[in-house]
Ligand binder design. Structure first.
Ligand code: C2O
Length: 548
């Protein structure tokens, strides 16, 4: 591979959407941010200079960061933030991955405007395992807020309530014609008839899983989270925050001069306020020059999307993802397990601090947790603390490997909804083979949680509704062709089982990719120890690693 150098200037830029102009944090003044393009095997060097009046850190979502945990980016986990006027160089190699990933800010809610695609091409002269596309197009879903998202979350955390919802969903930063004052801000994809396009779909929305569809077109799913999958056709996709999905769009051979809608709108199973609006983009066929322009335009069909809480669609769609499991792209799912964990993921409550009015049930403060622990970010970075051997007073290693107060997770909620707080981690010896069952709870209403692990891909070996049954469910696990991903939805009222091999030393964040749930504490960290061989150890930090 070669080395690719990027310079990311973090700066404020005025941007107008929905007739509201606000100053947002950008990379190089662009919104959405610039794509990072590399080939498998390349080294990527991104010099980030912070010219904004805010602390920043960037995360390369889904990049495995083999022994390069210092470049992973979550603030207070692998690094202290890059302060105003400071520079940090992220330096990592793309190993064994090709497809679509994305980068985003990983501090507070700044990723609402600070995000962009990561496009990883196969090694030179290695073909895709599908027909070569005529063109490749990134399509990033996001959310637009007329107000400053930092203010929104600060206020929400202080009041212990739910934050307001965003004002629009966006496609490549554009809300589209269904919102007020927005029709000129509509994403348009111009295509030629009879060609194959590779759409690189990325869900960068803060708090919403999204259905996506292009009217009168079927697409073929070929890749998820930068791993090839067994191709399958679908009219509609579900994509959760953090996930990426590559699809092939074969344009119709004979519809010159026609225009179609593409649209995205949320899938939502929880309680409370939400935004059920639709973002729309346009697929426009260029008419071949030989045809007369007298051919009538087809009407703008709005694609039918599943209804807001269509869990049946979500479940069936999710289950269709399978890894290729070929000799060229074998499945490396661990067949034996060294350590098993059962984690509950869900919402709960904390006492409301004095002098505040909290919006949680009975005046409590909303909280979210894994195994009843709401994770508190330290004021220094865990990875630095771990590496220096000075964990005392920063974190403890007593994260529970099963729920403390087992109850019927999907049935009647427990009376006591209070959670405990702490900075607790799980320590894994190098090369531990892990099976983790994540069980959703309905403590404050059942809700889907897109769980993301840093530094790893994992195999989704099973999922189901109700309570996970340690005797009945494992025999049905798929160890043949389970999909390999970095983000998976824990189904509302159900569970998901994953396996991974802890072969990447470092400190790795795991959290719900709903920003509101991260803020409430639905997060934890794994500490993976060094192995004995030199190539199984985390190297020392770069000299410019930011200090707290
Ligand atoms: Cu895209 Cu820690 O996440």
């Amino acid at each position: 591979g070669i080395t690719r150098h990027y310079k990311f200037d973090i700066k404020l830029q005025n941007v107008t959407r929905l007739c509201h102009t606000k100053s947002i944090v950008t990379v190089n003044g662009q919104f959405p941010g610039p794509p990072l393009v590399a080939r498998e095997g390349d080294r990527v060097v991104v010099k980030v200079v912070n010219h904004a009046q805010k602390n920043i850190s960037l995360h390369w979502h889904g990049v495995r960061q083999l022994r390069s945990g210092w470049a992973d980016g979550p603030a207070y986990i692998t690094q202290c933030p890059i302060q105003t006027g400071q520079t940090y160089v992220y330096n990592f190699t793309i190993t064994g991955q090709r497809g679509t990933l994305w980068w985003h800010a990983h501090i507070s809610w700044i990723r609402s405007t600070l995000y962009g695609p990561i496009i990883i091409l196969p090694k030179l002269s290695v073909p895709y395992p599908f027909p070569k596309p005529y063109k490749e197009v990134p399509i990033i879903f996001g959310e637009w807020w007329n107000v400053d998202t930092e203010a929104v979350i600060m206020q929400a955390l202080q009041n212990g309530g739910g934050p307001n919802v965003s004002d629009a969903y966006t496609i490549n930063g554009l809300p589209g014609p269904l919102y007020n004052c927005s029709s000129k801000d509509t994403f348009k994809l111009k295509v030629k008839p009879g060609k194959t396009y590779l759409l690189r779909l990325i869900n960068a929305a803060l708090n919403d899983e999204l259905f996506f569809s292009i009217s009168n077109h079927t697409v073929t799913v070929v890749e998820a989270d930068a791993v090839y999958v067994k191709p399958f056709n679908t009219d509609t996709l579900l994509i959760t925050p953090g996930q990426t999905t590559n699809v092939l769009l074969k344009t119709k051979p004979h519809v010159p001069n026609a225009t179609f809608f593409m649209a995205a709108r949320p899938y939502f199973t929880g309680l409370g306020t939400f935004d059920n609006s639709t973002t729309v983009g346009i697929l426009e066929y260029e008419h071949p020059t030989s045809l007369s322009s007298s051919i009538k335009k087809l009407p703008l069909f709005r694609p039918p999307l599943p209804s807001l809480n269509d869990t049946a669609f979500a479940t069936n769609f999710t289950k269709r993802f399978r890894s290729l499991a070929t000799t060229t792209f074998p499945t490396k799912v661990p067949l034996t397990v060294d350590q098993r964990f059962l984690f509950t993921v869900g919402l709960g409550t904390n006492p409301c601090p004095k002098n505040q009015t909290c919006q949680g049930p009975n005046g409590t403060k909303f909280s979210a947790n894994i195994n009843n622990v709401s994770f508190v970010l330290p004021s220094t970075a865990l990875l630095q603390t771990y590496f220096s051997g000075q964990s005392n007073g920063v974190y403890t290693t007593d994260f529970p490997d099963s729920p403390l107060n087992p109850f019927n997770y999907t049935g009647t909620p427990p009376n006591n909804t209070m959670v405990s707080n702490g900075t607790k981690v799980v320590v894994l010896p190098f090369n531990t083979s892990v099976e983790l069952v994540m069980q959703g709870t309905s403590t404050l209403g059942a809700e889907n949680h897109p769980l993301h692990i840093h530094g790893y891909n994992f195999y989704v070996v099973g999922q189901g509704f109700g309570n996970f049954d340690p005797n009945k469910d494992p025999p049905n696990f798929n160890l043949i062709d389970p999909v390999e991903r970095n983000t998976v939805g824990v189904p509302s009222g159900g569970w998901v089982a994953i396996r991974f091999l802890a072969d990447n030393p470092g400190v790795w964040f795991m959290h719900c990719h709903f920003e509101v749930h991260i803020s409430w504490g639905l997060r934890m960290a794994w500490v993976v120890l060094d192995g004995n061989l030199p190539n199984q150890k985390l190297p020392p930090p770069p000299s410019d690693l930011p200090k707290c």
